[in-house]
Design a protein around this ligand. Structure first.
Ligand SMILES: Cc1ncc(COP(=O)(O)O)c(C=O)c1O
Length: 390
């Protein structure tokens, strides 16, 4: 689900951003409901994050090894995650790939189970586009259905005793589909099965991390994964990702070879320390939930006033909207383009993201624009209604 596949009319190049607002290179201004596809969690250019990043920049960024920031961040993050150690890298794909490698190193097993349709990054083992990928690279990947524990058991059974890891996202957020929260039974059964069979449970927090909870996204279920992959929001836009893990997997994490020229750069780590601190000070997840509820309630009211039946799924901090009866997705696409014209940047096939910079005023302005966007849909809504089976 790339940015290259944006609906026609979307800006391809961006100029600047502040708080919850972005400007494209043509000077158009939008309220930003995509938050750079997740990384911006405190709003663009948050003063405390910028201050911490500039202070470190004045000392140096890419050094001969890690800075003090690495130690501070490792302690802070592993503590938040309920884990014992942390490793750092740049992108979410690096983090999920390292997590899978640690699991294989620690267990001596090969197979990795992932949910059908879930996105874990762009490396050959997980990319949704198989162009240029050999069969060999996918041989040790098996699939289950999200929220379906029987399918997990079947996948394990068909790979005997060779399952190293189960990789799963905190909720189902596959692009182009309504989102689905996990059932508590699914979450607890996964934890139980992984523990009993010596399989490493990896939670891919790259997209959801720090929006649902200050720590692990499944802590509300009382469930902690063995490894967690973090990315996106960790540095409020600065390039940093991480893997955290339990003590028993420390040895595996130390034995694998994984590195990159910029993985230890200090500025993003300083930004990440500041981001985590601010998120805690302002109770970020609760703030984003409030803003998200305001947006969701407003959209429900607006849709009803225009006679449109919508579905709003997923957590309110990461909402997704679809139109009932819109099987081709045309209505959703047109809605996204109309919203863009009215000054709100959102996406028709990918979940949106809230940040703590989404104040009531910015949500209300977004809602006014969305109301105007709905007006332009009325002719299509009549067509969708007429096409419905009676
Ligand atoms: C759940 C999940 N995992 C991994 C990734 C890959 O992250 P990145 O694009 O930073 O490599 C993404 C990116 O969208 C994601 O949503």
């Amino acid at each position: 689900m790339g940015k290259a596949r944006l609906p026609h009319g979307y800006p391809q190049f961006h100029h600047r951003a502040e708080g919850s607002v972005i400007w494209d290179v043509d000077g158009n201004r939008y309220i930003d409901l995509m938050c750079s596809w997740g990384p911006i969690i405190l709003g663009h250019r948050h003063p405390e994050v910028e201050k911490a990043a500039s202070a470190q920049l004045a000392l140096g960024d890419t050094l001969n090894g890690p800075s003090r920031q690495a130690v501070e961040l490792a302690e802070l993050l592993s503590n938040r995650a309920g884990h014992d150690w942390a490793m750092f890298m740049k992108n979410g794909t690096d983090a999920t790939t390292v997590a899978v490698t640690v699991a294989r190193a620690a267990t001596g097993k090969q197979q990795v189970l992932v949910a059908q349709g879930a996105y874990h990054g762009s490396a050959p083992w997980c990319t949704p586009n198989l162009t240029g990928v050999t069969n060999f690279e996918r041989q040790a990947i098996a699939y289950f259905a999200y929220n379906d524990i029987d399918s997990v058991l079947q996948a394990i059974a068909s790979h005997d005793d060779d399952v190293a890891a189960i990789v799963v996202t905190p909720f189902r957020h596959d692009a182009g589909f309504d989102q689905e929260m996990p059932t508590p039974e699914f979450v607890r059964a996964l934890r139980d099965i992984a523990t009993r069979r010596g399989i490493v449970l990896i939670l891919d927090e790259v997209r959801a991390g720090f929006r649902l909870s200050a720590g692990g996204s499944w802590s509300s279920f009382g469930v902690e994964p063995d490894l967690a992959a973090w990315g996106k929001a960790l540095g409020n836009g600065y390039p940093i990702a991480a893997v955290t893990g339990i003590e028993a997997l420390r040895d595996g994490s130390e034995r694998i070879f994984s590195t990159g020229s910029y993985w230890l750069s200090a500025v993003p780590m300083a930004a990440a320390v500041a981001t985590l601190n601010v998120l805690e000070q302002v109770d970020g997840p609760a703030q984003m939930e409030l803003a998200g509820n305001r947006l969701r309630d407003g959209i429900a009211r607006i849709a009803e006033s225009h006679g449109v039946v919508v579905r709003q799924t997923g957590p309110s901090q990461m909402p997704y909207l679809s139109f009932v009866g819109d099987t081709s997705g045309r209505l959703l696409n047109d809605f996204a383009i109309a919203s863009l014209r009215e000054g709100v940047y959102l996406h028709p096939r990918h979940n949106w993201f809230l940040s703590t910079a989404h104040t009531s005023e910015s949500i209300d302005s977004a809602l006014e624009a969305i109301d105007r966007a709905f007006v332009t849909l009325e002719p299509y809504v009549d067509q969708v209604e007429a096409a419905k089976p009676r």
